[in-house]
Design a protein around this ligand. Sequence first.
Ligand SMILES: Cc1cc2nc3c(=O)[nH]c(=O)nc-3n(C[C@H](O)[C@H](O)[C@H](O)COP(=O)(O)OP(=O)(O)OC[C@H]3O[C@@H](n4cnc5c(N)ncnc54)[C@H](O)[C@@H]3O)c2cc1C
Length: 483
Amino acid sequence: MKRRKAIKSIGLSITAGLWLPSALSSCKKDDPGPEVPFDGTVAIIGGGAAGLYTADILSAKGINVIVFEAGSQLGGRVRSLRNQREILVQTSADFPVELGAEIVYGTNSAWGNIIKNYTFTRIELNTQATEQFILENQAKPATEWGADSDFQIVQNFMQGLPGYSGGDVSMSVASGVSSRAQALLNSLAGNRFGSSSDRVGAKGVAEALNLVEHDNLAYMIKTNPLQDIVTSRFSGVLGKVKLNTAIKSIAYSGDKIVLTDQDSNQVEVEKVVVTVPLGVLKTGGIAFSPGLPAAKVTAMNKIGMDHALRLIIDFKKNFWGEGTGYLWGGTEGPAYFNTGVARSEFYRTLSVTVHGPKAQQLSAMGDGMLDAVLAELDAIYNGQATLYVRKTLTNDAEGNIIEGDRVWFKADWGKDEFFKGGISYLPPGSSVQDRIDFSAPINNKVFFAGEATDNRGDAGTVNGALNSAERVAEEVVQSIIGA
Ligand SMILES: Cc1cc2nc3c(=O)[nH]c(=O)nc-3n(C[C@H](O)[C@H](O)[C@H](O)COP(=O)(O)OP(=O)(O)OC[C@H]3O[C@@H](n4cnc5c(N)ncnc54)[C@H](O)[C@@H]3O)c2cc1C
């Protein structure tokens, strides 16, 4: 990013017409102009799915955009291990290992529609993988739990969620599940939605489930990292992106909006779309001047965004079952996923997703989190996790092969200053209306997008991020043509 003066001159070249008049002078009277004539620049903060799609739509309409991304790569919470060049950990996986989003929901959803345009092989979870459920340190598929009453109560509660009509309480309270099955409930009704089952509200999830209009087929892509799909789909705007540029303040009281980055460089723009994760806004990662309206702050604070962790652990042997997909019901690892299922013969890599207080607890343990997770797997699989966890191999001075560190990797989303958490969720006492109130534009100048602002039932997913981009792009266009 250039110093303020330099950037201002870029702004002037657009607004005062250093190139625009000459471009116009070569136009004939009936040449089609841009769909939305606008001399200004729209800045987009954040280069995840929401930010890139917003830039793509606005750009396609002829609006000048610039995307500021704090990190060194694009995709945000769509991030694939293969693209992390600085990571030395080499898993044995010959398939994409995801550090954030890994499952695609829907074939006719916003994300599903993008994926449909490429010829990818899908791995469908409900037909190509078997779920296992853990109760009392035993992992078994649903068919084998059969009539177990605790298992049935959890299953029935989950299946009945769209029709939930009980109180505005947490999943734990709403379900009435016994202590024996609390961890299983936590996996399916808490962790799955971004926190623990005593924090996620039953009403908010039910409301969202009823808003979803797309089918809910859950699948992976066999060979392509999801991050590559995002950057490929939005390649048209990559030239508009400034990486390694964290916007620290947005001053919007004047005619122009002044954005200041981490190095105190400044740029002036006419409109700004904020797509950073809710956790960043809630922790004051961006200072607004004037401060955000009270109604927006209230709404923002009603929506939850807790710590999240993804662990990738490599083993020498698959001891959890070749056809196993998700393994639900762990306490240390509420969602174990056999990420190579139906993708490869090297299905010896487990991906562990942890949201909420447990993620914070594991994060505080540092590398000790691996021991905690392996101990839980050992208890379920008779010590096989510690026995078979893969270790790096090196030669000593005599040429003997010696085992080194365990091969694993952690993505600590909650600790990362540009995310400050995993995904947004609705605690008891909040509703989708809070997402709508949070997303309200300020003075037709400052706009909000990102998964937490989704109002179509897809918050917390890539679909939610993309939906929000469609909404915010329309708001920006209306603010221009309706002005
Ligand atoms: C562990 C985990 C598992 C998930 N699993 C799934 C899944 O299986 N399926 C699914 O559909 N979804 C899943 N999700 C959710 C999905 O990844 C997100 O909902 C989606 O990617 C969010 O996109 P976004 O554009 O709203 O935000 P982000 O992708 O977070 O993009 C925001 C961007 O803003 C940048 N930023 C932050 N602060 C600043 C600043 N000050 N200045 C400039 N830039 C800044 C960040 O670096 C980031 O790139 C998962 C998320 C996590 C964390």
